[in-house]
Design a protein around this ligand. Structure first.
Ligand code: GLP
Length: 252
């Protein structure tokens, strides 16, 4: 582990080892504070971490019974039942395999009729739960965290986002065709994310190397939303060697 710009950076040899380490960090949080509030991410990257957390639950008794969760985002509009929804993803990869209390799970409602109200209520629920103790993040190729796309200013709270072409393209691999990818999403804001006490960001693969280097070393600006993490007091990057490749230029 190295401390770069005040942030902890772990570089693991493979995707599996990256996933195991990320699961250990989340598992440690759950063991130390069994009633933790976890912020959770979706996408291809954390699939291995969830698999390992499920194993830890089944084989090591990792107890989710007092855990509360808030997911970062959800496509809009999209039915929960759709197998592309993040609700479906979370059920499939984690919630249906562990002893989490279903009432303690929160995911923005991609079917909400009153979007503004849904966003306000989501923030209220996070506050009522006491804020997020540990937020897990992935990262988009353009530096989006949650679905906070590059903008002229950092989005503060949960809001409706217009997805940019690059994101629609990148996420089309999970859909039958690119036309099926929703053009909008509900996402926690950058303000909501950085209020978390701890943040763990996962990234793997050579296609993430450039954005990871920029996130850690680049100027902090809303056009690369992930750079805001440089201002957070407790961020841990868990990378595989490919995603860390561009950092070599900087690590002495
Ligand atoms: C989506 C999610 C993000 C995620 C990103 C990266 O856009 N909203 O939370 O971090 O994709 O996805 P992947 O892990 O598949 O590269």
């Amino acid at each position: 582990m190295k401390i770069i710009n005040g942030m902890k950076v772990y570089v693991e040899p493979s995707y599996e080892e990256m996933s195991t380490l990320a699961a250990r960090l989340v598992g440690a949080q759950i063991r130390l504070e069994p009633n933790s509030v976890l912020g959770l991410a979706t996408g291809g990257t954390p699939v291995g971490m969830y698999k390992e957390l499920v194993r830890m639950h089944k084989e090591e008794g990792l107890d989710f019974s007092k855990i509360t969760t808030f997911n970062l985002d959800e496509y809009y509009p999209l039915s929960r039942e759709s197998d592309q929804s993040y609700y479906y993803y979370m059920t499939d990869h984690l919630f249906s395999h562990v002893n989490i209390n279903k009432d303690q799970i929160h995911i923005p409602n991609g079917e909400a009729k009153e979007v503004e109200l849904e966003c306000i209520n989501y923030e209220k629920k996070i506050q009522k739960a006491g804020g997020i103790d540990l937020q897990v993040l992935g990262i988009g190729n353009n530096g989006h965290i949650g679905f906070n796309e590059p903008e002229e200013s950092f989005a503060k709270r949960t809001h409706l986002v217009d997805l940019v072409e690059d994101t629609i393209q990148a996420n089309s691999r999970f859909f039958d065709s690119i036309d099926d990818v929703p053009k909008q999403a509900l996402s926690m804001g950058i303000g909501s994310i950085i209020k978390a006490k701890k943040i763990v960001l996962l990234a793997n693969g050579s296609h993430k190397a450039k954005i990871i280097a920029e996130t850690i070393y680049g100027d902090v600006r809303p056009q690369v939303p992930s750079t805001i993490l440089q201002f957070h007091p407790d961020v841990t990057f868990v990378l595989d060697a490919e995603a860390a490749a561009e950092l070599k230029k900087y690590i002495k």
